[in-house]
Design a protein around this ligand. Structure first.
Ligand code: PLP
Length: 442
C-alpha cells in the first residue's frame, strides 16, 4: 500500500505543492492531504483504504452524494455516444431551459438566456467582460473576502484559498488590472454609496457572492443585495450575482430564490447570474445567465467575445441535467435536515468544551467562527473573520479526520452536506464531535 504521505511526496516532485488547487494541500491545517481513491454517497476513501464521512462534497457539486447511480449512468450513456463534438447538442438546450425554469420567482426568471462554460472562473470572468461590453465602462466593484475564481481582476482580497494562505492578492496581476477593481467592505452600504458617488459613471458592475461563503459563511444583511441592485441600476451599472457556490445548492433557485421567499419586501433582479459546481453535477461545467437584452451582447449575436472548445461538453451536460432533474424538494429537505443536525451538534459540542464560537449559516451552508467576540455579534465582513481564533481549527480538523470525518481543510470554507448523508453517516460525525471540540479547546 502506498501511503498518503508517500503519494504527497511523489506528486510534489512534478506538481507545484503536490496539488492542482492550493487549498487541497492542507497548508493551513498541516499534514499530508488524503489522496482519494473513490467516493460514494456521503463517503470518500483514501489511498490507505480509510473511509471518511465527507463534508467537502467536492467543494459543493455533490449535492446528491458522490457517484449517484443515475448521474453516473447518464454520464456513461453520454460517453458511449462520444466525448466531445465541438458542435451544439439538444442536451445543451435542455440544460439551459432547466436552469432558466429553476431560477424563477413569482413566475419571472432573471435568466432568459444561458451560456455554458467549463468553470466558475470562466463564468465570472465572462460576466465581467459582458458587463463592460454592455455599459462601455471599465471599473468593477467587489467585496473583500468574496471569491469569484482566479481571473486576474478578481484576485484582490479574494477570500477562500487566499484567506487560507493569508495572501492579500496574487503576484502576476498587473497594477493596471488591479486598479480597475474597487474592493469594498461587505455589508457596508455607506462604502458602496460613496464609491458610486465618486465613480458612478465609470462603474460597469458590482459583483457579489449571492451569500458570501469563501471567508467562512457570511450571509448578506437582509436587503443588502437588493440595495446593491438598486444602487447599481441608479448609476447605469449592472449587478452580477455570483451563485457558483450557492446556486442549486441552498435551494432550487439558489440564494436569490431563498432571499426572495424570505424577504419579498427586498426583491431584486440581478442582471447576470453565474452558476457552477452543482449545475455540472461533479463534471467541469458552469454557466452564466441573464436577460436577453444583456446576454445577446455575447458573440455570435453581439460584440463581446467568449468561446470554449469544451463548452457544453456532452458528458458534463449529462451530469448536470441528471443532477438537476434529481434535485427535487425532498433532496433539499434532506440536505437542510443534515445541515441542521450537524451544525447544531457541533455547536453544542464546542459549547460543552468551552470553545467560544458562532455558527454562521446561509441555507444549508454553514461554518464556525471562533472567538468570544462573535458570541454576541455576528461578523459583517472579512476583517472581522480574519481576526478570529483560527488556530483552534487545525486540532479540531485533525481530531475529526482521525475519527473518520473529513472537513474542509480551512476555517475559511463552508461545510457541505449532501442528500446522501443518512443517519449512519451523521451518527459517525456526531460521535466524533466531543473529542474534536476538546481538541479545539486546548
Ligand atoms: N465563484 C464562487 C462564489 C466560488 O465559490 C468559486 C469556487 O469556489 C468560483 C466562483 C470559481 O469557480 P471554479 O473553481 O469552478 O473556477
Amino acid at each position: 500500500m502506498t501511503t498518503n504521505s508517500e503519494l504527497f511526496e511523489r506528486s510534489s516532485r512534478h506538481i507545484p505543492g503536490g496539488v492542482n488547487s492550493p487549498v487541497r494541500a492542507y497548508g493551513s491545517v498541516g499534514g499530508a492531504p488524503r489522496f482519494i481513491e473513490s467516493a460514494t454517497g456521503p463517503y470518500v476513501s483514501d489511498a490507505e483504504g480509510t473511509e471518511y464521512v465527507d463534508l467537502v462534497a467536492s467543494w459543493g457539486p455533490a449535492l446528491l452524494g458522490h457517484a449517484h447511480p443515475e448521474v453516473v449512468a447518464a454520464v456513461q450513456r453520454a460517453a458511449a455516444r462520444g466525448l466531445s463534438f465541438g458542435a451544439p447538442t439538444a442536451a445543451e438546450a435542455e440544460l439551459a431551459e432547466v436552469i432558466s425554469e429553476r431560477v424563477t420567482a413569482g413566475g419571472v426568471s432573471p435568466v432568459e438566456r444561458v451560456r455554458l462554460v467549463s468553470t466558475g472562473t470562466e463564468a465570472t470572468m465572462t460576466a465581467i467582460r459582458l458587463a463592460r461590453g454592455v455599459t462601455g465602462r471599465d471599473l468593477l466593484v467587489k467585496f473583500a473576502g468574496h471569491y469569484h475564481g482566479h481571473s486576474d481582476g478578481l484576485l484582490a482580497a479574494a477570500g477562500s484559498g487566499l484567506a487560507t494562505l493569508a495572501l492579500p492578492g496574487s503576484a502576476g496581476v498587473t497594477a493596471a488590472t488591479a486598479a480597475q477593481t474597487i474592493v469594498l467592505p461587505y455589508n457596508d452600504r455607506a462604502a458602496v454609496e460613496s464609491v458610486f458617488a465618486e465613480f458612478g459613471g465609470q462603474i460597469a458592475a458590482v459583483i457579489t457572492e449571492a451569500s458570501a461563503a469563501n471567508m467562512g459563511v457570511l450571509p448578506p444583511e437582509p436587503g443588502f443585495n437588493a440595495f446593491l441592485a438598486g444602487t447599481a441600476h441608479t448609476h447605469g451599472a449592472l449587478l452580477i450575482l455570483d451563485e457558483v457556490l450557492t446556486g442549486f445548492r441552498v435551494g432550487p433557485a439558489g440564494w436569490w430564490g431563498l432571499e426572495n421567499a424570505a424577504h419579498p419586501e427586498h426583491a431584486y433582479v440581478p442582471d447576470i447570474i453565474t452558476f457552477g459546481k452543482v449545475v455540472g453535477g461533479g463534471m467541469p461545467l458552469a454557466a452564466l445567465g441573464g436577460s436577453a437584452r444583456v446576454m445577446e451582447h455575447l458573440a455570435p449575436l453581439g460584440p463581446v467575445y467568449q468561446a470554449g472548445t469544451l463548452s457544453g461538453n456532452p458528458l458534463a451536460v449529462a451530469a448536470g441535467l441528471a443532477t438537476l432533474r434529481l434535485a427535487d424538494a425532498s433532496v433539499y429537505a434532506a440536505v437542510d435536515a443534515a445541515a441542521n443536525t450537524i451544525s447544531t451538534a457541533t455547536s453544542a459540542a464546542l459549547t460543552e468544551a468551552g470553545v467560544a464560537h458562532r455558527v454562521q449559516r446561509a441555507g444549508s451552508l454553514f461554518s464556525f467562527v471562533f472567538g468570544e467576540r462573535f458570541v454576541a455579534d455576528a461578523p459583517r465582513g472579512y476583517d472581522e473573520v480574519q481576526g478570529q481564533e483560527a488556530w483552534r481549527y487545525p486540532p479540531f480538523f485533525h481530531s475529526l479526520l482521525a475519527d473518520g470525518v473529513a472537513l474542509p481543510p480551512s476555517v475559511f470554507e463552508a461545510w457541505f452536506l449532501t442528500a446522501a448523508h443518512d443517519s449512519t453517516a451523521i451518527e459517525r460525525v456526531l460521535a466524533a464531535l466531543p473529542a474534536a471540540a476538546r481538541a479545539a479547546a486546548t
